[in-house]
Design a binder for this molecule. Structure first.
Ligand code: CDP
Length: 231
């Protein structure tokens, strides 16, 4: 990319499983930006809480998590051999485990907690200090980077999203039903939109991208065009 161009901060928010991370990764690769997956951070905290038996149904032992949260170190790196972004929890590779339906079923509960969000937002801003960043999540354009150069709000029909996630998990060898995934997607949308702390909502200056009937290539082209408009 032309080095005289400004280094932008691009925020991509939206509903569960609508392909935010796919397009964010494709774009980062195309324009040589850093991709930061904020959802992976909430997923790591969730996995940690599950391993420490802090979650019981819809109940979370917040006091214990508050004591332990500073022991959790989250890092990312790109695996050249497997050509994928990987997430680590205290040095342990947890990329596949954090994408499991078990973690997905608990993550939105964890993401309602104020001290968890504060810690994640601090980390997200720190990782973005150098600029030239694309970050996806739920509150990136509203809370993390209210002054982002480009804000996209992504969505797609629930059925389309459930089928996409179903195929993704099947390919990884997970044996789960489409019904279970559809319920998870709907439940997470509901919790994310109705929580008190940084609820999922479109920032006033975000541009909507509904990719229900778009291919990966079409959605990438669409975002590149929006980027060129602000650059
Ligand atoms: O990729 P997918 O849409 O399944 O979810 P994700 O981006 O990995 O995020 C997992 C969950 O973390 C979401 O359902 C939200 O509850 C929470 N999250 C959040 O609250 N704020 C963010 N910035 C990112 C994720």
């Amino acid at each position: 990319m032309n080095t005289t161009k400004r280094k932008l901060i691009i925020a991509i928010d939206g509903h569960s499983s609508c392909g935010k991370s796919t397009v964010a990764k494709d774009l980062a690769k195309k324009i040589d930006y850093t991709y930061i997956d904020s959802g992976a951070m909430y997923r790591v905290i969730t996995l940690f809480a599950m391993r420490h038996n802090l979650i019981n149904g819809d109940q979370l032992d917040e006091n214990k998590l508050a004591h332990l949260i500073n022991d959790i170190n989250i890092t990312f790196s790109y695996n050249d051999e497997l050509k994928r972004h990987e997430t680590f929890m205290n040095g342990e590779l947890v990329e596949d485990e954090i994408r499991s339906l078990d973690v997905s079923n608990n993550v939105s509960l964890i993401a309602t907690i104020k001290f968890v969000r504060e810690k994640m937002v601090t980390l997200q801003r720190k990782l973005s200090e150098a600029g030239a960043v694309i970050m996806d999540g739920r509150d990136i354009g509203t809370v993390v980077f209210p002054n982002a150069d480009l804000k996209i709000f992504m969505t797609a029909d629930v059925e389309v999203r459930a089928i996409r996630r179903f195929k993704e998990l099947k390919e990884k060898g997970d044996d789960i039903s489409l019904d279970a995934i559809r319920e998870n997607v709907k439940k997470r949308d509901f919790i994310d939109e109705s929580r008190d702390e940084s609820p999922l909502r479109k920032a006033d200056d975000a541009i909507v991208l509904n990719n229900s009937h778009m291919t990966k290539e079409e959605q990438l082209e669409w975002i590149v065009a929006r980027m060129e408009e602000v650059q």
